[in-house]
Design a protein around this ligand. Structure first.
Ligand code: F6R
Length: 249
């Protein structure tokens, strides 16, 4: 399940080709997408491939994992803003193809129920892209989140608030809560790829390698999935035993 690549660029290249194949084979694909610094090189490379190869994207549907509560879509740190900037606007995706939890809505319970229901109504996700927090979160499913959770409101952990406040000019503006797809929503995807790059993720990868599936390490839920892969660069893989790593390229 652990695949090691020479560089983050090699991961981006491999994943872009895989996603283009997936879209060509099924233009009605439902893609689950993530944000964060790990995904920036992935989306940059994917965009280059899509612009060159021009598969039909008119029937594609996307579902993002999460959104901060209290940040409008126009806020540069909202995940809506990130996705429009890095992928949706350059691709010219129509709003009707895009799904993101609305962190500004007045009825959060309703929003959460509707979001998981919309994924199910679309026939489930064909592919889910994930990053990981240094505490093992996937989406914003913080340690302790049950594996049968659907989309829900989460109070961000101290660790996540500290990690992500680096993106805010004033760290005090970092939101305290978010809406996130649940672990069950993620595990229900037909295929899942977790991308992990950088030395600062080496400890959490070591922990993930050693952890049996249990809610204190949310990413360990992927060990229960029949088609989940973890793509690591050398730095992130540096604390996993060599015999557990499958080398790519
Ligand atoms: C973002 C998300 C998070 C991030 C994770 C890693 O949509 O769901 O789980 O993937 O926090 O973030 P980076 O890539 O910034 O280290």
């Amino acid at each position: 399940m652990f695949f090691i690549f020479p560089t983050p660029a090699a991961i981006a290249e491999h994943l872009s080709q895989h996603l283009i194949r997936l879209i060509r084979n099924n233009p009605d694909s439902k893609l689950g997408l993530a944000t964060g610094s790990t995904m920036e090189p992935v989306y940059a490379r994917l965009l280059q491939h899509l612009e060159k190869e021009r598969p039909d994207l008119s029937r594609l549907t996307t579902f993002n994992l999460d959104e901060y509560i209290g940040l409008p879509a126009s806020h540069p740190q909202s995940y809506s803003y990130y996705m429009h900037q890095h992928l949706f606007d350059p691709l010219g995706l129509d709003d009707s193809q895009i799904n993101l939890p609305n962190g500004m809505c007045t009825n959060l319970d309703h929003e959460c129920r509707n979001y998981s229901a919309a994924i199910a109504a679309a026939g489930g996700l064909d592919f889910q892209l994930l990053g990981i927090g240094t505490n093992g979160h996937i989406g914003f499913n913080e340690p302790g989140t049950p594996f049968d959770s659907l989309t829900h409101v989460i109070e961000l952990s101290e660790n996540t608030r500290l990690d992500n406040s680096r993106f805010f000019d004033n760290p005090a503006d970092m939101p305290t809560h978010a809406i996130t797809m649940g672990i069950k929503d993620i595990l229900d995807a037909k295929e899942v790829v977790l991308v992990v790059t950088g030395e600062h993720k080496a400890d959490v990868m070591n922990l993930l390698y050693r952890s049996p599936a249990n809610p204190s390490m949310p990413a360990s839920s992927l060990k229960l999935h029949p088609n989940a892969r973890i793509y690591l660069d050398q730095a992130a893989a540096s604390r996993i035993p060599a015999e557990a790593l499958y080398h790519v390229e």
